[in-house]
Design a binder for this molecule. Sequence first.
Ligand SMILES: Nc1ncnc2c1ncn2[C@@H]1O[C@H](COP(=O)(O)OP(=O)(O)OP(=O)(O)O)[C@@H](O)[C@H]1O
Length: 227
Amino acid sequence: MSAVLAGNQLTKTYGSTTALAGVDIEVHGRESLAIMGPSGSGKSTLLHTLAGIIRPDGGQVLLRGERIDNLGEERLSALRRKRFGFVFQFGQLLPELPAEENVALPLMLEGMPRRKAVKQARRWFEPLGLDGLELRRPGQLSGGQAQRVAIARALVIEPDVVFADEPTGALDQTTGTEVIRLLTTVTRDQGASLVMVTHDADVAAHCDRILQVRDGRIGVHSPYTSA
Ligand SMILES: Nc1ncnc2c1ncn2[C@@H]1O[C@H](COP(=O)(O)OP(=O)(O)OP(=O)(O)O)[C@@H](O)[C@H]1O
């Protein structure tokens, strides 16, 4: 099985701190991958490097076999908008826009007319259990509902890969479990892969595979080992 996304020998240092010390990683089609490890071990740096947000000092990032880490800033940011979806811990929705326009935003940024983009955005509400909430503003949504809107927004462009950094970090356990169940299943149903950083072993257990990062390196690969 060939990798959708791969990192080869990735290194990154900040001054005297080594955040990535030569990471090899492959993400396969429709696979969900959890990245765990202690605070400061390099999880977010790895996620952001794979997503083309941070440039590695050494090594390569390949999307469907094509190198992306050496693209110019404009091409790289266009690629991120078209091929990647992002879900973060909180604060990612625009408070002044109704939920459906928040979801439609990535399509509008790609030049799709508002009406068409909103129509397309509405299709994601039912699978994410958001029926009837299309016109609510983020301030009128619960934390779990807001995160599901953020998931819809990540998926609306039908990305190759969804990157999630502590997507349940701000939620209680029951709500977090529901959000993670939807994130993993709807992402797979859409045909995308999921790369997720989490501290929570219960959350990671919803993924197909768990990677442990320690001191900027990948440690044990196991679906059953917690941090
Ligand atoms: N922009 C930066 N400037 C300087 N040092 C940084 C920067 N970003 C990360 N680091 C350092 O690199 C190391 C790895 O950071 P990273 O955020 O990837 O860890 P993490 O595993 O995601 O941590 P956490 O679980 O606490 O979020 C840490 O020592 C951190 O302090």
